[in-house]
Ligand binder design. Structure first.
Ligand SMILES: C[S@@+](CC[C@H](N)C(=O)[O-])C[C@H]1O[C@@H](n2cnc3c(N)ncnc32)[C@H](O)[C@@H]1O
Length: 252
């Protein structure tokens, strides 16, 4: 595990060169990522690697590896099936996809709303600038769309030489922005907040701060949807309505 001196130096280099504060990530996650990149660069010594981070574009590669952007359309289809049921109670829903990566999750939400004839606006945010650029382009490979039912694919995507392009009317429902969820929150409040597969990389204290912030941004009786291997323990405010799909409801 990285020691205190190297960790403090690493944190300060990343913050001064990229503006990202790594304090929210667990030490073991940071150590695993560091060792992965050191191996890739054939470097054995922390000091040598920190020097490289300080003076080269390796800092961009390292931070890109911190924000693991793995995602796909209709990831965990049973979660989206349950979401579609809950959404039917709304005429006009406001939804936030926190840690949206390259956009597959917020576009899936928009497609489901369209399929069910429900108006909705989706705010989609991520700390990773490149992921947000890819999301805005809305162009995806076959791997990303493999869970999309064939008829849905035909309705909401245009096939191009470069891949599957999300149609304009779906794109118009989603607003993308770069945002660090440990910092300031968006204005207004939301009926649904998706925060999936991001908290697993966070330390306990950051996780608690993020969940507190998210609870403030949820409307009364709004829903929080976590990743399948994630959970929160906040019984005074959030009750789990389905342990399999990790959907919570704000009770106050
Ligand atoms: C594994 S992806 C999850 C994508 C999508 N939510 C899903 O479940 O398919 C995790 C995303 O969280 C983002 N992330 C990590 N730390 C973040 C932070 N502090 N603020 C906002 N986004 C963050 C990463 O950049 C990454 O795109």
């Amino acid at each position: 595990m990285i020691d205190e001196r190297n960790y403090t130096r690493l944190r300060s280099i990343i913050r001064s060169r990229t503006g990202i504060d790594i304090v929210c990530y667990s030490r073991s996650f940071i150590t695993r990522r560091l060792e992965f990149r050191m191996n890739a660069c054939n470097i054995k010594d922390y000091d040598d690697y920190l020097r490289l981070l300080e003076h080269s574009d390796e800092v961009k590669v390292f931070t890109a590896h911190l924000s693991i952007n793995v995602t796909e359309f209709f990831r965990d289809p049973d979660v989206f099936a349950r979401f579609a049921d809950l959404l039917k109670d709304y005429d006009n829903a406001r939804i936030w996809s926190v840690g949206c990566a390259s956009g597959e999750e917020p576009y899936t939400i928009a497609i489901i709303a369209k399929e069910n004839g429900i108006r909705c606006s989706v705010l989609a945010s991520d700390i990773n600038r490149d992921a947000i650029e890819r999301a805005k382009n809305g162009l995806y490979s076959f791997k990303s769309i493999r869970n999309v039912p064939k008829d849905t694919l035909a309705r909401y995507f245009v096939m191009t030489d470069g891949g599957y392009l999300v149609r304009r009317d779906v794109k118009d429902m989603v607003t993308f922005e770069i945002r660090d969820v440990t910092g300031s929150m968006p204005t207004g409040s939301f009926d649904f907040i998706f925060c999936r597969n991001m908290l697993i990389y966070m330390d306990a204290q950051s996780k608690e701060t993020i969940i507190g912030n998210i609870c403030n941004a949820l409307k009364r009786h709004g829903y929080l949807i976590l990743g399948k291997s994630e959970y929160v323990n906040y019984p005074a405010v959030l009750s789990c309505i389905d342990n399999k799909t990790k959907i919570y409801r704000k009770s106050v």
